[in-house]
Ligand binder design. Sequence first.
Ligand SMILES: C[S@@+](CC[C@H](N)C(=O)[O-])C[C@H]1O[C@@H](n2cnc3c(N)ncnc32)[C@H](O)[C@@H]1O
Length: 280
Amino acid sequence: MRKIHVIGIGAGDPDQLTLQAVKAMKSTDVFFILDKGEEKDDLVRLRRELLDAHCADGTFRVVEARDPARDRKAGGADYSPAVVGWRSRRAEIYERLVADELGEDECGAFLVWGDPSLYDGTLGVLEEVLDRGAVAFSYDVVPGISSVSSLAARHRTGLNRVGRPVQITTGRRLADRGFPEGVDDVVVMLDAHQAFLQYQSSTDGGVGGVSGVGGVGGVGGVGDMGGMYVYWGAYVGTADEILVSGPLDEAAPRIEALRAEARERKGWIMDTYLLRRNLD
Ligand SMILES: C[S@@+](CC[C@H](N)C(=O)[O-])C[C@H]1O[C@@H](n2cnc3c(N)ncnc32)[C@H](O)[C@@H]1O
């Protein structure tokens, strides 16, 4: 039966590849590399470099395909259907790749950015391919170092404080629903709109719609948040890495400027941050 490894490759630093990942790569016949358009060159290049560094020439094939674009403008009630439709289009592509490019007794691999368990659709897509029933395979998952672990390490901080929880969420959710209840440490990913800006203490409740968003009322408005500290990182682990940390009121304008400049220069940005509510 066909086999597939879903291999976490770390979030940008080639040295973050684990020994387990290298072992899985060495046992792979066909690597499927899906490019996502704008981030294409850098992200595909890292995968190619990892193959060159760890797999002997002539022992594997690479099959590239284009990941279908997602409707990123879909919001509110349209968000989930847009993601479901996108996932199905990906399933069709993955199904074709596995059926056409992988021999019955061969092993394929998807090299997944960071860790496959964190804000990545590969596992869901493979399950959907299996559910469709047109092609059979077994798969396993090799964990990778996520951008979250990488961010915490570069800032030399823990994600949680002693005996307390930490929550990982998206910028969209932080903007729509406000700061989660019962948590003082929140890691934010996939934030195209800089949701952190609305948590500056100088921002009155009306700015950024914070006081008007359902959910925020339950935990108090921005003015009641007691001050925030931020650990932010863009392109963490890569040559373009930018790190900023400090009280949010001081760091936010700096992050905003650095982010805009980097986005303009590279054409895309990947950033993550830990937003930490000050405890008395
Ligand atoms: C689709 S998710 C993939 C997350 C990935 N599976 C992981 O474990 O890090 C993409 C988001 O991860 C974060 N991210 C990934 N790589 C990053 C990096 N090198 N530096 C900062 N953030 C990164 C950003 O928040 C980005 O929007």
